[in-house]
Design a protein around this ligand. Structure first.
Ligand code: PLP
Length: 395
């Protein structure tokens, strides 16, 4: 290989080695040199594997893509700069003026925003409906509806979408069923096994798991759609950075262990919170008192999820007191970190809504969403129990 001889400007090439690294090397090179124009032809025409320019692909993205593909039972998934880049590639790369899309009414806030603010500007119609109610989604559809976009478990009230019903509806109407699987993860739910056409991830969250990488993923069941998503992401420059992919691969190696541990702790925490006098209600899909418990059990089996929401018996003052008293837990708007994080939808993700609209979703000033991490379960439950008592005066 010519480049193993080095170049005039970089005269000292990597040393040859009879052994090979165990860890995937980080490959920041933006550009890849070929031997001849014929060799480049071979590469472009798929006779040999290689890279040319990292916007179009690089080894670290390929490794992460293969890893998430295997988890999701997908092929040719695109690793992309962020979860929102994945949502954008699906909505803007596949829809055109005159098309219509039906979105779940409790989608991730930025996805809702893209659909409300950006798609109409491009002449793409948007309607939102409850993804747990197939009749409501059906009623929202039009002859020009090309896509249904939902999340399996909604933020922050953890309602569950009727994926089987939606897959049947999509099939019947010829619309694509797109599932954002960020909350549930392929450990608990694999959308392609349930009739989804496209799967989206924010790898930023549980898959990479350490809050030090922003990355997304999108895969389509139909190879022609997968190709369009890949070309759109390359053309728009939504490409993932090698370093982020390198970190994400490291996170993915422990993803199943982290997920299992976090969701087991989440189940314990949900039960503990439900027994506290200062807590009005707990939302956890694997508890029998959750409104979608049967659906959650059918879809997620015994895997559950690491997210628990609950309502303090108190107002904004109690919420302030709670985050102050919850020592060692970050009050931060994310999920899926190794550490437990608390989020308060009324002041963050749902702050743009009126008090009445929030109330309709069941989000009060005392409402918190907890992304359970890897702390010792007893220590975590201890901190939360003390913080609830301090914030509400009920213990
Ligand atoms: C965070 C998130 C996104 C966006 O992902 P980023 O990596 O932050 O761009 C999309 N969907 C869901 C469900 C999310 O939680």
């Amino acid at each position: 290989m010519r480049n193993s001889r080095g170049s005039l400007i970089r005269p000292y090439p990597l040393p040859g080695s009879a052994s090979r690294p165990v860890v995937t090397p980080l490959s920041p090179s933006v550009v890849y040199a070929s031997d001849t124009p014929d060799a480049l032809d071979d590469q472009y025409e798929g006779r040999v594997q290689g890279f040319t320019y990292s916007r179009e692909g690089h080894p670290n993205a390929q490794v992460v893509g293969a890893h998430v593909d295997a988890l999701e039972g997908a092929q040719g998934g695109v690793v992309i700069g962020s979860g929102m880049a994945a949502v954008g590639a699906v909505l803007m790369g596949l829809l055109k003026t005159g098309d219509h899309v039906v979105g779940g009414n409790q989608l991730y806030g930025r996805s809702l925003r893209m659909m409300k603010e950006d798609l109409p500007r491009l002449g793409i119609g948007v309607t939102f409906a409850d993804p747990g109610d197939v009749a409501a989604i059906r009623a929202a559809m039009r002859p020009e509806t090309k896509m249904i976009l939902v999340e399996v478990v909604s933020n922050p009230t953890l309602r569950v979408a009727d994926i089987a019903g939606l897959a049947a509806l999509a099939k019947e109407t010829g619309a694509l069923l797109v599932v954002d699987n960020t909350f549930t993860t392929p450990r608990a739910f694999r959308p392609f096994d349930h009739g989804a056409d496209i799967v989206i991830h924010s790898i930023t969250k549980l898959l990479s798991g350490h809050s030090d990488v922003m990355l997304g993923y999108v895969a389509a069941r139909d190879p022609a759609l997968a190709q369009r998503l890949m070309v759109f992401s390359v053309t728009m420059g939504l490409t993932a950075s090698p370093f982020d992919c390198w970190l994400a691969e490291r996170g993915l190696l422990t993803f199943p262990l982290r997920f299992d541990r976090a969701q087991a702790t989440a189940a314990q925490l949900a039960d503990a919170l439900a027994g506290l006098p200062g807590v009005r209600r707990v939302l956890y899909p694997m508890r029998t008192d959750h409104p979608d418990h049967a659906l959650a059990t059918a879809l997620l089996g015994d895997q559950g999820c690491n997210m628990v929401s609950f309502e303090l018996d108190g107002d904004r003052a109690a919420a302030n007191a709670f985050t102050r008293a919850a020592e060692g837990l970050s009050f931060a708007p994310t999920l899926g970190d190794v550490g437990t994080t608390l989020s308060h939808p009324a002041s963050s993700s749902h702050r743009a809504l009126t008090v009445q609209d929030r109330a309709a979703l069941g989000i009060s000033e005392g409402f918190f969403r907890v992304s359970v991490g890897l702390e010792d379960p007893d220590a975590l439950i201890g901190v939360m129990t003390r913080a609830v008592a301090e914030a509400t005066g009920k213990g």
